[in-house]
Design a protein around this ligand. Structure first.
Ligand SMILES: Cc1cc2nc3c(=O)[nH]c(=O)nc-3n(C[C@H](O)[C@H](O)[C@H](O)COP(=O)(O)OP(=O)(O)OC[C@H]3O[C@@H](n4cnc5c(N)ncnc54)[C@H](O)[C@@H]3O)c2cc1C
Length: 213
């Protein structure tokens, strides 16, 4: 059975970065790309918050550059998913989609996460152009605009507070709405004039032709 020194599961920024480090430490490394080679950033157009790109960079272009960097140091990048790992024994036993079973001395799991969208109509159409799943990534693009944050948990509250500050700086009449507000959100609302919490409100199951509604 094939025996790998270091197995990296996932080919997003985390997986490729790990591969750059392990390869430079002279550890023979194999990366399994999974169902989304390059990870989530291959889904986005403009990235503006990564250092080293003063004019921004397209997600797929940046991921290709990081991939090339990992290859340069000797990472072996393979197609397919890792379907199971058995860490009850050493070396670890790994099952892969295309290459069957293999052994690995070490495993780095960098399988990322996926944004949970609402599933309402036209959401796909406006992704990256009005509909976003990351306030800190995309909030800057909506500076001075009205933004609705959908959700009632701590993250929604945090994101609404972050966006309220951003918007205050550019336009004072901007409203940031948080649906089904948790208690901390209500507190934040009382101290920030640009943050409005709407309890028991759901987004409509439609989007206007030129803006989200
Ligand atoms: C539309 C969009 C826009 C974004 N814009 C920005 C931005 O502008 N700035 C910013 O900082 N962040 C942005 N993000 C967030 C950013 O994409 C993530 O923070 C980042 O990709 C996380 O990197 P990661 O390597 O941890 O995981 P991911 O990028 O999620 O990669 C996970 C990898 O694991 C692989 N994988 C999963 N399961 C298996 C398995 N069983 N076997 C093998 N491989 C597997 C997948 O194929 C994938 O390659 C954006 C996200 C989205 C969706």
């Amino acid at each position: 059975m094939e025996h790998i020194e270091c197995l990296i599961i996932g080919s997003g920024p985390a997986g490729y970065t790990a591969a750059i480090y392990t390869c430079r430490a002279d550890v023979k490394t194999v990366v399994y790309e999974g169902m989304q080679p390059g990870g989530q950033l291959t889904q986005t157009t403009e990235i503006e918050n990564f250092p080293g790109y003063p004019n921004g960079v397209k997600g797929p272009d940046m991921m290709e550059e990081i991939r090339q960097q990992a290859l340069r140091f000797g990472a072996e990048i393979r197609e397919g998913e890792v379907t199971s790992i058995d860490v009850s024994q050493r070396p670890f036993k790994v099952t892969t989609e295309y290459d069957g079973e293999l052994l690995a001395d070490s495993i780095i799991v960098s399988t990322g996460a996926a944004a949970r969208y609402l599933g309402i109509s036209s959401e796909e159409e406006f992704k990256g152009g009005g509909v976003s799943a990351c306030a800190t990534c995309d909030g800057f693009f909506y500076k001075g605009k009205d933004v609705a944050v959908v959700g009632g948990g701590d993250t929604a509250c945090e994101d609404a507070t972050y966006l309220a500050k951003l918007c205050t700086r550019s336009i004072s009449s901007c409203a940031v709405m948080c649906y089904v507000p948790p208690k901390p959100c209500n507190t934040a609302c009382s101290t920030r004039p640009t943050l409005k919490c709407c309890g028991n409100t759901r987004p409509r199951n439609s989007l206007a032709s030129n803006k989200a509604s």
